[in-house]
Write a protein that binds this ligand. Structure first.
Ligand SMILES: Cc1cc2nc3c(=O)[nH]c(=O)nc-3n(C[C@H](O)[C@H](O)[C@H](O)COP(=O)(O)O)c2cc1C
Length: 308
């Protein structure tokens, strides 16, 4: 059985433009997760969300839309709308640690209400279980890792397509370290297939993980791809990186993002991670932060392309 690799959903970062560029240069991966969709009162999708799910924007790759809600009826409605767009699989977000989300009892905030979560899962499986594959992406608790065994018991009651585990609690944010003992518990006790997610930032970390946990056959990677889109392809180098970069950049230029400022904003966000690929360029992060115009951006990129 081969390894399966997934691209994690990163809100506003792993856009369809990013996913397509990545698949073209380095892929395709087994699955690409679309950053979370929310429910709205008057319509199923906001324009930006619709752009992400349109089949013509996801051609040739297997994508899984993700929903962030704690209301079963909203999840069911969106699930049906997604099915109408041709999707066979959708994912529930139980991981988002952001305060505004958590205070509404959504994302990893939902983990503090195990009974409600059980009821929610019961409802969505009842309504959608026969027509859609349902998976969950979860943290291991709201405050303490000790919450996880009970949550796992609940997940075990449902035929999940898979359970993707980021073994931090909400209050960790992205600090501290993944609590591997809770991932190992899931590996032992989960009735559903599991997938590991968290801090696989470079080849050494990937190799160490795979050596220590040879039974895990599914890995989801987020920031590792941002820092090095060629993470799974050590045979690639700067040439492929620039090919990838140009696809993303030109993709954004061609989209209607409401002006160059927004293109620049998106590229700067990516460069917060991508600077790691250019350790020999002193002060790169600062230089990128200061960029204001298209000319400045393209000049700096031109220079960077000649350093290697
Ligand atoms: C900027 C940012 C945006 C994210 N957006 C989402 C999201 O929309 N849905 C989700 O389930 N997780 C989201 N995550 C969490 C990632 O999918 C992933 O679980 C996390 O980054 C840990 O994996 P990694 O260490 O491989 O990056 C986000 C994380 C970051 C840093």
């Amino acid at each position: 059985m081969g390894m399966h690799y997934y691209m994690a959903p990163l809100e506003a970062i792993t856009t369809y433009t990013y996913r397509q560029a990545h698949a073209k240069v380095y892929g395709p991966l087994d699955k690409y997760f679309i950053p979370f969709l929310e429910t709205h009162e008057k319509r199923d999708f906001k324009t930006r969300e619709l752009q992400e799910i349109l089949p013509e924007h996801n051609e040739g790759i297997y994508v899984v839309p993700q929903i962030l809600t704690n209301k079963a009826d909203g999840f069911i409605r969106l699930g049906k709308a997604l099915k109408d767009y041709g999707y066979q699989e959708i994912n529930l977000n139980l991981g988002c640690p952001s305060k505004t989300v958590v205070t509404k009892g959504k994302g990893s905030g939902f983990l503090a209400f195990p009974e409600e979560l059980d009821c929610f899962l019961d409802n969505i499986f009842e309504a959608l279980g026969s027509e859609l594959k349902l998976s969950v992406k979860t943290r291991i608790g709201k405050e303490k890792p000790e919450e996880f065994p009970r949550l796992l018991e609940i997940f075990n009651r449902y035929p999940l397509e898979e359970l993707i585990i980021h073994p931090r609690v909400q209050t960790d944010g992205y600090k501290n370290y993944p609590r591997m003992e809770m991932y190992d518990l899931a590996a032992k006790e989960s009735k559903n297939p599991i997938c590991y997610n968290g801090d696989l930032f470079n080849q050494e970390k990937l190799e160490k993980f795979q050596k220590e946990r040879p039974d895990t056959d599914c890995l989801m990677i987020g920031r590792g791809f941002l820092m090095n889109p060629g993470l799974l392809h050590p045979e690639t180098g700067r040439k492929e990186f620039w090919e990838f970069h140009d696809l993303v950049y030109h993709g954004y230029l061609e989209r209607d993002l409401g002006g160059y400022r927004n293109v620049l904003f998106k590229m700067k966000e990516l460069w917060l991670y991508q600077v790691k690929l250019f350790p020999e360029v002193k002060g790169l992060e600062k230089k990128i932060k200061k960029l204001q115009t298209q000319q400045e951006y393209e000049q700096l990129m031109g220079k960077l392309q000649t350093v290697s």
